[in-house]
Write a protein that binds this ligand. Structure first.
Ligand code: GRF
Length: 202
């Protein structure tokens, strides 16, 4: 079983999609949910599914950012999944878990990504740009926001959608398919990372 830690900051609908995925049931164990926000809705989802929750921060009860890599190693984590996590992952974790950290982004990277491009900011920028397609991207995580190599993308036609909220709603549906799909590929060793390319085997 692939041991996964899911990082969250808010609602947790992607976490829920991972926990609900029938395909992942026999392949993946969500060992822990980790958040920089103590009262996020995602923690409730984790608790409802008997998944251990850990907060990240500088207070006594939390895992510190400097101790995060050791914490993840102590739990034998194979894959780190950022699902709506808003902070940067410390360099020590990036080094220790090279090519083992993925993020889901609600647009077609490399467009509409980077610092500040989260939540509705992304969908408003997409709407204002008048692009005809949007979608979701799962990518490897490196030291900066949204710049790691792209693993998989799904596109949707948004030419008939007239609000950022409508775009967000349609994109979220495909996020909930794309993230479990990519995790399944990791669990079945079908992700090959080469120098400048990530291959996803069938
Ligand atoms: C999703 O749109 C995800 O792509 C982005 O943050 C949002 C998190 O939503 N990174 P949720 O917490 O999974 O509901």
């Amino acid at each position: 079983m692939l041991r996964v830690a899911v990082f969250v900051s808010g609602r947790g609908s992607n976490l829920q999609a991972v926990l609900n995925s029938p395909k992942l049931k026999n392949l993946v164990v969500v060992d822990s949910v980790i958040s920089d926000k103590k009262n996020c809705k995602a923690f409730q989802i984790a608790a409802d599914n008997s998944v251990a929750c850990f907060s990240l921060g500088n207070d006594k009860e939390s895992i510190s950012y400097s101790g995060l890599a050791d914490f993840l190693k102590s739990r034998n984590i194979d894959l780190i999944v950022l699902a709506g996590f808003l902070k940067l992952i410390p360099d020590s974790v990036i080094k220790e878990f090279k090519n083992k950290i993925i993020n889901i982004h609600p647009a077609l990277l490399p467009a509409f990504g980077g610092k500040g491009m989260f939540g509705m900011n992304v969908h408003k920028a997409v709407l204002n740009s008048s692009v005809k397609e949007s979608g979701a991207t799962v990518h490897l995580v490196d030291e900066t926001y949204d710049t790691g190599q792209i693993i998989a993308q799904r596109k949707i036609d948004i030419s008939d959608l007239n609000s950022a909220e409508a775009i967000a709603e349609h994109v979220l549906k495909i996020e909930h398919e794309l993230l479990p799909f990519v995790i399944e590929k990791f669990a079945t060793n079908k992700i090959l990372v080469k120098n400048n390319k990530v291959d996803v085997l069938q």
